[in-house]
Design a binder for this molecule. Structure first.
Ligand SMILES: [Zn+2]
Length: 312
């Protein structure tokens, strides 16, 4: 890469850089130019009135696999166009926020991948918060270089990207299962598991949804410390669901009453029977409703709603 190109990419990086801003207990990715305005808006609402009883509507996405080249494609799918379509749909009827469960980047988490992701975010940014969990094709340093994180979040667990979100009637905890960039397996690790255990001990009775990238089977590419995670969350009644991606398959299952929600990929499927798209979630104190927005692949289930009741 020539020096000229380096300079160009740094300039673009600065231009596209967003900051993470604490807003009424919620830490969100927001552009600098709208942060003050957003804080003011939130401040004007009385404490605790932020829709704790009304269901919260969110967009859940996974595996966007954005490359530096917008024409990058796989199995006749064009991830850049697919994410553009998903974000356009989401922007046309704005939910309260978005969560993306990793594999933002195509393969090795290049800066250009994240810059393209940012470009696609333009219709949403400054309007709603976007929270990201990292996947095995992400690069934590590159991600954090583009998406700034406040010191407090950086310190939660050294070397891991953790985000907690007060989403009205429910709480989100985004964990970091990225073990090593472009190695398939996932691991939370002991420090992060210990952090989670302590965090859950001190949190109130709001239903908690956990988010991370890796899938929950017993293969070498899955979350390797899943049994230890289950040991921690099984006795904690607030934990109602785990939302994840990685498999590029859409599906619902459960473990001891904890719902396991596998999001479809936005980018491409691995099998023709699978949709690509995103999931619209309505989340309340008692349960949630999940509607598939299929934008390609097998679209048979497009618009279908799945209702889940939280365990007590
Ligand atoms: Zn993926």
């Amino acid at each position: 890469m020539s020096e000229g190109m380096d300079h160009h990419s740094i300039t673009r990086r600065r231009f596209l850089r967003f900051s993470l801003t604490a807003v009424g207990g919620v830490v969100a990715l927001r552009p600098r130019w709208s942060a003050a305005q957003d804080e003011k808006k939130e401040d004007s609402k009385p404490e605790g009135s932020r829709s704790a009883s009304r269901p919260a509507r969110w967009a859940f996405l996974s595996d966007t696999h954005i490359a530096g080249d917008p024409e990058d494609n796989y199995r006749s799918f064009y991830p850049y166009r697919n994410l553009q379509k998903a974000f356009t749909q989401i922007a046309s009827d704005l939910p309260e926020g978005l969560v993306v469960t990793g594999d933002i980047a195509r393969l090795t988490g290049q800066m250009e991948d994240y810059e393209n992701f940012k470009k696609l975010l333009v219709p949403l940014v400054g309007r709603r918060p976007i929270y990201v969990a990292l996947g095995n094709h992400d690069d934590r340093e590159h991600f954090l270089d583009v998406f700034e994180t406040p010191a407090a979040q950086k310190l939660a667990v050294k070397g891991k990207h953790i985000v907690t979100v007060d989403a009205g009637p429910v709480r989100f905890i985004l964990l970091d299962s990225l073990f090593s960039t472009n190695e398939t397996m996932g691991l939370l690790g002991k420090a992060q598991r210990t952090w989670l255990q302590r965090y859950l001990q001190t949190s109130d009775d709001k239903p908690v949804l956990l988010f991370f990238h890796h899938s929950l089977r017993d293969d070498d590419g899955d979350l390797q410390d899943l049994p230890r995670l289950f040991d921690i969350i099984k006795p904690v009644a607030q934990v109602k669901a785990i939302v994840y991606g990685h498999s590029h398959e859409y599906g619902f299952s459960d473990f001891e009453g904890i719902h396991l929600i596998n999001l479809p990929a936005v980018a491409f499927n691995f099998g023709d029977d699978q949709p690509i798209g995103w999931v619209e979630a309505r989340l309340g104190r008692e349960g949630g409703e999940f509607v598939l927005h299929a934008i390609g692949g097998n679209t048979d289930q497009d618009g279908r709603a799945r209702r889940l009741r939280w365990r007590s």
